[in-house]
Design a protein around this ligand. Structure first.
Ligand code: ADP
Ligand code: ASP
Ligand code: MG
Length: 412
């Protein structure tokens, strides 16, 4: 039988009632003749609570135990979903990551999927099981420890299963009815897109649009998975939601496809470091070993052989960065005057494949921000995106301003 992957995010399984509604959708697809792989997230708010408990218990926690704790949310919803389906007379059972097994690397809290052997689940489908409910976000390392795939990782579980089982489609059910030109919770003018190119979705996701985890888009692009984002609260027909697809399958598009943002950024500046060969390696080597994901980097002009080095990283990694830099200073690897952390910044980005062939997007972006008196602290660009770091208090204003400036409320 053809296989369909259906993923339900946290808000879609937030209560027993919502689990029942989701199960009904699954039941309809079973009646349509599909064998279904359901991927579930933890109930909304659960993972945050679990992460909070870990952080409260231990500041620089052992990531293996973090994974043991935070993976538990999905175990609960997988079992409840399977029970709900059974109550509806749909043959279903739950699977935790290690039972599948979903094999990952040992990079705890940010593990990568290595392989999903299909035999166990396929055998059960062969015996008449119609729905495999799989706990999202989790797997097992070569050492036999439970791993998790990073926040939002159930999306990646879903796409990886769709690829492994050759599913007809991977439907991501969430609390919005598709991918919008920007987060509809921030701009009421945000417009739902019927289609978006993989590359644009990849950039939007990696720049903060959490509607899909970045890695899920990468996998869908690589394995040509038909990926759809749609609402678990509305009735959907076959054209509902947003299809993430190849660039060639989109007839017309705006130069800028969307505006993404990330609130949780910090700007760190090492004041007065020696400007000599090897200094960047001496700074960013230890940061990477400490698990700090450095994003933007700016080295200022140097005076008398010393310079300021600025970088950005997620706010929750500031402590790790400070510890790593202090250790590097104490061991004599680097020498700096002071490490200043500015945790009140945010990153706003415009994304669009049209930027490859259209000049002037950066100028328009900077002008629009300057008209609102928003100061730009750091800028980075790539072929299809421009990102700026600004004061967090201007974030919503910046998103609205850019959405207006690029006329995103109108389809081209
Ligand atoms: P789930 O729990 O279903 O995985 P998430 O909260 O992870 O849901 O992702 C859905 C949320 O992503 C939406 O509620 C919305 O606020 C946010 N979002 C951010 N950017 C976008 C965008 N461009 N289009 C749609 N939703 C977006
Ligand atoms: N429950 C996990 C999280 O909140 C994974 C997910 O929902 O995708 O990050
Ligand atoms: Mg999510």
């Amino acid at each position: 039988m053809p296989i369909l992957v259906m993923k339900f995010g946290g808000t879609s399984v937030a209560t027993l009632d919502r689990i029942r509604r989701a199960a009904k959708r699954v039941g309809r697809e079973v009646a349509n003749g599909y064998d279904v792989i359901v991927i579930v997230s933890a109930m909304s708010g659960k993972t945050n609570e679990l992460v909070g408990w870990v952080e409260e218990t231990s500041h620089l926690f052992d990531a293996r135990e973090y994974d043991a704790v935070v993976s538990s949310g999905e175990q609960v919803t997988a079992g409840l979903m399977a029970l709900t389906l059974q109550e509806m007379d749909v043959p279903a059972r739950s699977w935790q990551g290690w039972q599948v097994p979903l094999l990952t690397t040992s990079a705890h809290s940010a593990a990568r999927i290595v392989d999903i052997p299909t035999e166990n689940i396929a055998a059960k489908f062969g015996e008449g099981m119609r729905v495999a409910v799989v706990a999202g976000f989790q797997g097992i390392s070569p050492e036999g420890r439970i791993t998790t795939l990073g926040r939002g990782g159930s999306d990646t579980t879903a796409v990886a299963f769709a690829a492994a089982f050759g599913a007809e489609r991977c439907d991501i059910y969430t609390d919005v009815d598709g991918v919008y030109t920007t987060d509809p919770r921030v701009s009421t003018k945000a417009r739902k897109l019927d289609r978006i190119a993989f590359e644009e979705m990849l950039e939007l996701a990696s720049l903060g649009a959490k509607v899909l985890q970045t890695r899920s888009v990468e996998l869908a692009m690589r394995y040509k998975v038909r990926l759809r984002v749609l609402s678990s609260f509305e009735d959907n027909d076959e054209h509902a939601g947003t299809l993430v697809c190849d660039e060639e399958d989109i007839v017309e598009s705006n130069v800028v496809a969307g505006v993404a943002f990330s609130r949780d950024e910090a700007k760190m500046t090492l004041i007065s470091v020696a400007d000599r060969p090897g200094i960047a390696a001496a700074i960013f080597g230890p940061l990477s070993e400490a698990g700090v994901n450095v994003d933007m980097i700016v080295q200022n002009i140097s005076e008398e052989g010393r310079t300021d080095m600025t970088f950005s990283c997620p706010t929750d990694q500031v402590k790790r960065a400070q510890v790593a830099m202090t250790a590097a200073k104490d061991s004599g690897e680097i020498n700096y005057h002071e490490l200043v952390a500015d945790t009140d910044v945010a990153k706003v980005s415009v994304v669009g494949i049209g930027m490859r062939s259209h000049a002037g997007v950066a100028a328009k972006m900077f002008e629009a921000l300057s008209r609102e008196g928003i100061n730009i602290k750091v800028i980075t660009t790539s072929e299809i995106k421009i990102s700026v770091l600004i004061d967090r208090k201007y974030l919503e204003l910046a998103v609205q301003t850019l959405h207006d400036a690029f006329e995103l409320e109108r389809a081209s």
